[in-house]
Design a protein around this ligand. Structure first.
Ligand SMILES: C[S@@+](CC[C@H](N)C(=O)[O-])C[C@H]1O[C@@H](n2cnc3c(N)ncnc32)[C@H](O)[C@@H]1O
Length: 320
């Protein structure tokens, strides 16, 4: 068994044995999951990608003034890069400024990294590109001591973690940075709950397929026998906590078996399996998170409609 399969097996054993069944959204991205997410990003309801990309395009001069004011050689590291559609915009701007930069994307999805490499070959063949296939919670792209690091966590990926998990990830990132290095976060802001809800429950059912694909992955990789026709996608936004949550609801009493785990899991009718959470932020909660995780909150670039933000944080001089 590969270490990745072992991790998945342990995660599923733990997550399906808990009183509230839950699995991490990090496991959505097998090849088919990555393909479905690429479709989600083009859906009319899924405003996040377009809003973030618009900020990266339209405010790129302002952004570069904050992340690389003196045109120093830099490593641009993207955690969970996906297909690199937005990164290519920023890399193009760095290239145009003749900044000596290397792009180091890290992603668990081989499919996403293949798409990214194809995109860079086509649009920026001269950019130094060093992709890493792996889990950014476990490894870090190679670093060169003489270059400054700009780390990007885009797509509101941070929102997939609860407050404790987000702080743990941010502190881990901080330990990889030297004083003056930069963290660039793409964060979705609170807005009309109906707009947020529609983004995670689109009318064409692509998000539902994306959610159900997790069960297909478990069938294939853990020898499970989920009948996806007996589960439905359910998405719910809580304005009080500013959090969007996705679930799979079991239609009937059913027992699902895994040959790899040699275990059965019982679902009751109406029982929910929690599969994703997406925290939404306010400018105040972003500043608070920076303080909690030991970063200096340097600058916030916000778009108007739909509201989205790029937060620029620095590792302060005295952080340990
Ligand atoms: C929501 S997509 C965002 C992609 C891209 N950053 C963007 O903004 O469009 C999340 C990406 O992060 C990757 N990912 C999720 N958890 C990861 C982890 N722990 N380590 C590495 N990649 C991860 C997934 O494979 C997927 O490509």
């Amino acid at each position: 068994m590969t270490p990745e399969l072992h991790n998945l097996a342990q995660h599923v054993l733990h997550g399906l044995s808990a009183p509230q069944k839950a699995l991490s959204s990090a496991w959505f991205y097998d090849d088919e999951g990555s393909r479905l997410f690429q479709r989600i990003m083009t859906l009319p309801e899924y405003y996040l990608t377009r809003a973030e990309h618009a900020l990266l395009r339209e405010r790129v001069d302002e952004l570069l003034r904050w992340i690389d004011p003196d045109h120093r050689p830099l490593d641009l590291i993207e955690l969970g890069s996906g297909d690199g559609e937005k990164a290519v915009t920023l890399c193009r701007a760095l290239h145009a400024r003749h900044v000596d930069s290397t792009f180091r994307p890290i992603d668990v999805s081989a499919h996403a990294l293949a798409e990214l490499s194809r995109r860079f070959d086509e649009h920026l063949p001269r950019m130094a590109l060093k992709p890493v296939l792996g889990d950014y919670l476990a490894r870090w792209p190679e670093r060169s001591p003489e270059r400054h690091q700009v780390v990007m966590l885009l797509g509101s990926n941070l929102g997939n973690f609860d407050q404790v998990g987000a702080c743990a990830l941010l502190r881990r990132i901080r330990t990889q940075l030297r004083s003056g290095d930069v963290l660039l976060l793409g964060l979705d802001l609170v807005k009309d709950p109906r707009v947020i809800h529609a983004a995670y429950d689109d009318s064409r059912g692509v998000t539902a397929e994306f959610n159900l694909n997790l069960l297909r992955r478990l069938n294939r990789e853990l020898g499970m026998n989920f009948d996806t026709g007996r589960f439905s996608h359910f998405a719910s936004y809580c304005p009080l906590q500013a959090v969007m949550r996705s679930f799979l609801i079991s239609h009937v009493t059913q027992v699902v078996h895994s040959t790899v785990l040699d275990r059965e899991f019982t679902f009751a009718p109406g029982e929910t399996l929690h599969t994703e959470q997406s925290q939404k932020y306010s400018p105040e909660s972003i500043a608070e998170l920076a303080e909690l995780s030991g970063f200096a909150h340097t600058h916030l670039i916000t778009g108007s409609e739909p509201r989205y933000a790029l937060a620029i944080w620095h590792r302060p001089q005295d952080a340990s």
